[in-house]
Ligand binder design. Structure first.
Ligand code: BG6
Length: 536
């Protein structure tokens, strides 16, 4: 049984409030795309079903494909039934929800589209009482972001507000936010010319995951971990994001992105920030985002001449994943047969501040790996005196062979939870140690339903709470940090050995088998400080 507690700490007050958005009109650009079908409409419907939406609202789909309102509603109904994990589909409820769905086909690059959209929104707004509380969701290919922003501006649909004014209209921007520092800065410049930062919601869906939101609660709502959360007690941190899927139908996009830009620049950097940040003064969006950015700024800049000693890349070859045959990346649809795009990336980060000096953070992300798992493992230091280390006992040796028996693992997915590993005496006449874990499982404690990341993020964007969105300075800091790696990887092919002594040999691609744990270079990277990746 889970006992709920009332938290009196003012820092945590915001956690208990449940707000409902005012009536709104949301325009989804890219309404015929995968994200709308798989995530956005199922999330909106789930919010409706769980009574989180206001009585009056409208959702207007926009894309080039010709469709009537009725056809759009029917397509979205199929999508909700197909992709709405955990959604208890109720016909009668859907019928009510669907009355708020509209569709306006057109070319998002053409100015004329926006004048008719403006007219339509006025009329829809009257019908649904949304009173020009418009929110524009950019779920298109990134090349359309600028034309859409510019057209929203020239048609009068986007209006820049002062930071003390209500943030309507607002814009939600999907990732990728730029493809390097220069393009992210250019995009921000255009957006800020038209909208104030408080009207902009940059999606990083990892921030919407329950297990990710829990990192701050775990750290700052308990008093027993934070005193240990520093270089006196922590030896190193490992963050793993492993996927079994390959690039699916996204070969064209992925060729331009690769693991570093697709996963590390955004999702994994947010995880690093949440694990390493200082406690914020309050839970206000700006206080929490200030701390996330501050710690990212403390990550040591990479030396462009030594990239191969702290960053490794890989690309999957053919193999077997979960018992099924998998083709190599270079044979995937819309992928070049000599592609050097990385499907795996691992980095060693050092954080130059008082708390983290000397504690390496190892992060890795890859496709077509052995298991789907995302976790953060905090490895504590070994006890100062090795009382048990000389005992000729195998169980004991294997525990103490690690740097420490104590590892705290925050399991982001798929088995959500937290576990703490510790050594204990095995009952019996001799002193034999065994490693055990204390486990907290979301499913056991809270039941099956955890809201999807998109449910939470869409709700927050409607309420006007940007805490779980990426602020421009975070995005820019992250791009700037990774620039030496991006530039080195673009300029030097993976099989080229770079000059420095510590550089890790990585290529030629493909350099790991589908269904493995990535290239050998990744083991060499973490081995450089005498560590090894957790066996998952
Ligand atoms: C997306 C990436 O942002 O995140 C995908 O573009 C990746 O390549 C996905 O598969 C992973 O998300 P999740 O929630 O399944 O870990």
């Amino acid at each position: 049984m889970v006992e709920s507690i009332t938290i009196e700490n003012p820092l945590l007050e915001g956690l208990q409030e449940e707000k409902k958005p005012e009536s709104f009109s949301m325009v989804i650009f890219g309404a015929h795309g995968d994200l709308t079908k798989r995530k956005l409409i199922p999330a909106l419907y789930a919010l409706y079903l769980r009574n989180h939406l206001p009585e009056n609202f409208a959702v207007v789909g926009s894309s080039r494909t010709e469709m009537t309102d009725e056809q759009f509603r029917a397509t979205m109904k199929d999508s909700v039934i197909r992709y709405g994990e955990d959604i208890d589909f109720k016909e009668e409820c859907w019928e009510r929800f669907a009355k708020s769905l509209y569709y306006r086909p057109g070319n998002a690059k053409e100015a004329s589209y926006y004048s008719s959209l403006d007219e339509d929104l006025k009329e829809i707004g009257k019908r649904h009482g949304s009173d020009s509380r418009n929110i524009f969701y950019l779920s298109t290919p990134p090349s359309l972001y600028l034309p859409i922003i510019e057209n929203l501006n020239s048609s009068g649909l986007a209006v820049k507000r002062r930071s003390d004014e209500p943030a309507w209209p607002r814009v939600v921007v999907e990732k990728p936010f730029g493809h390097d520092l220069k393009s992210a800065l250019a995009l921000d410049e255009k957006i800020h010319a038209v909208l104030n930062e408080h009207q902009v919601y940059r999606i990083d869906h990892y921030l919407g995951k329950e297990t990710v939101q829990n990192i701050m609660c775990f750290r700052f709502a308990n008093s027993i971990f934070e005193p240990l959360w520093n270089n006196n007690y922590i030896d190193h941190v490992q963050i793993t994001n492993a996927e079994t899927l390959g690039v699916e139908e996204r070969g064209a996009y992925y060729e331009e992105a690769g693991a570093l830009k697709d996963m590390i620049q955004n999702h994994l950097m947010q995880l690093v920030a949440l694990v390493a940040m200082e406690p914020p003064n309050s839970l206000s969006a700006e206080a929490t985002r200030d701390e996330r950015t501050k710690v990212l700024k403390a990550v040591r800049r990479f030396d462009p001449d030594r990239v191969d000693s702290y960053a490794v890349r890989g690309q999957y070859g053919a193999g077997y994943v979960l018992g099924n045959e998998a083709i190599r990346y270079r044979d995937e649809d819309k992928v070049a047969s000599d592609s050097n795009t990385e499907t795996f990336a691992a980095l060693k980060l050092e954080i130059d501040n008082w708390r983290w000096a000397g504690v390496p953070f190892y992060i890795r992300s890859g496709k077509r790996l052995e298991k789907r798992i995302t976790e953060i493992a905090v490895h504590f230091k070994a006890p100062p005196h090795k009382l048990f280390s000389n005992m000729a006992n195998t169980g004991l040796r294997s525990i103490m062979a690690d740097s420490s028996p104590n590892v705290l693992v925050m399991k982001i997915q798929p088995d959500q939870g937290i576990s703490l590993k510790f050594a204990t005496k095995q009952p019996g006449p001799t002193t034999q140690l065994r490693a055990l874990t204390m486990d907290f499982k979301y499913g056991t404690a809270f039941g099956d339903h955890t809201p999807s990341a998109y449910e939470r993020l869409i709700l927050d964007s409607l309420i006007g709470d940007p805490s779980l969105f990426a602020r421009s300075d975070f995005v820019e800091t992250s791009w700037s940090l990774l620039t030496p790696v991006i530039e080195h990887w673009a300029a030097v092919s993976p099989e080229t050995k770079s000059g420095s002594d510590e550089s890790i040999v990585q290529g030629p691609f493909p350099n790991y088998e589908a269904g493995s744990w990535g290239p050998e270079a990744s083991n060499t990277l973490i081995g450089s400080t005498g560590h090894s990746w957790r066996v998952l």
